[in-house]
Design a protein around this ligand. Sequence first.
Ligand code: HOZ
Length: 426
Amino acid sequence: MSQNEILFARAQKTIPAGVNSPVRAFRSVGGAPPFIVRGEGPCLWDADGNQYIDYVGSWGPLIVGHAHPEVLRAVNAKAHDGLSFGAPTEIEIEMAEYLCRRLPSMEMVRLVSSGTEATMSALRLARGYTGRAKIVKFEGCYHGHSDGLLVKAGSGLLTFGQPSSAGVPPSITQDTVVLPYNDLAAITAAFREAPEAIAAVIVEPIAGNMNMAKPKAGFLEGLRALCSQYGAVLIFDEVMTGFRVHRQSAQGRYGITPDLTTLGKVIGGGMPVAAFGGKRAIMECIAPLGPVYQAGTLSGNPVALAAGMATLALTDAPGFYESLAATAQALTKGLQEAAKAAGVAFSATSEGGMFGLYFADRVPETYAEVMACDVGRFNRFFHGMLDEGIYFAPSAFEAGFVSSAHQPGDIEATLAAARKVFAGIR
Ligand code: HOZ
């Protein structure tokens, strides 16, 4: 047995499926996951000494690559002052000011530790602010694992073909309305039917948990107009897209101002940091200013924020996002050419440093189109690439990520591997 297999067998004795987040278990693609020992720049090394070019990037946070020296320096320096205080520190203000400066929709922000906390709190806040109960989410979008949002959700739930979770009583989800993504007519009808019942519409402005699905022209604009017309709170869940797809996130890319935004991943640079924020009038409903309760012992943790601030500072470099987008485009263009040469039905797209790969003739725009992609062929592609030292997400339903550490040589090596693998899975 390899070291990876030995570790996986050992892990399964004390950790369900051997992992602390379901997709990592490789159940949908099969086989044993590599146990990661170390990361540097665009690369990972596993317990057997295998090296990989990494396109998961810890599922999005590592926009400047693994173990960036400036991020490590900031973390080390902060850690020397103590790890956690459960009391206010100046770096929390710095992060809040930075986020409000960089996202014009954000007037106030509260820091939390995970994307799940951010979306759960934003929805509670929207309900408290409007005094309404219903929330609208879209099929295939994933907003973390709080009870009311685990209905027709993406990510691990889609990966395992179980889009709604057991253990969530119908009484909890009775106010969750699930509608098709990119279908403005459906949400228009929902508002007309219950004009004063919907507290919030929550959306991944670019869906990144059913592979990657971009908004059709007019969809986000339509959501904005409907929420304004009916007095509902528009929440952009930018945990994945925040500072990843554009300097000002998806909201800047598409020119839409949401009422609330949730953030995570990149703002922590690989440490547990997330946030929700937006209009002052809504944010002032949060305790102790207002009646909506939310709290957290490790919220605003100074060491985690040091990683986030150092990462964000690196993304401020002129040309950072242009170069990131060029890297992702070189990858997706090259993969499409390689698939075409091999006669494999394949398409790909990207936005900033995020990309989607599809075993289908054209890039999907709806949940149904994503579901129609050839998962079996993806799985063969995934394992072929892994054997060649290329680490993509172990699921046909997750987006991929590049970092500023990926160099043209990494993309070339990936495409050389892909030419070989596509030829083998024709
Ligand atoms: N569900 C997240 C990705 N969309 C995180 C998966 C993980 O960390 O294993």
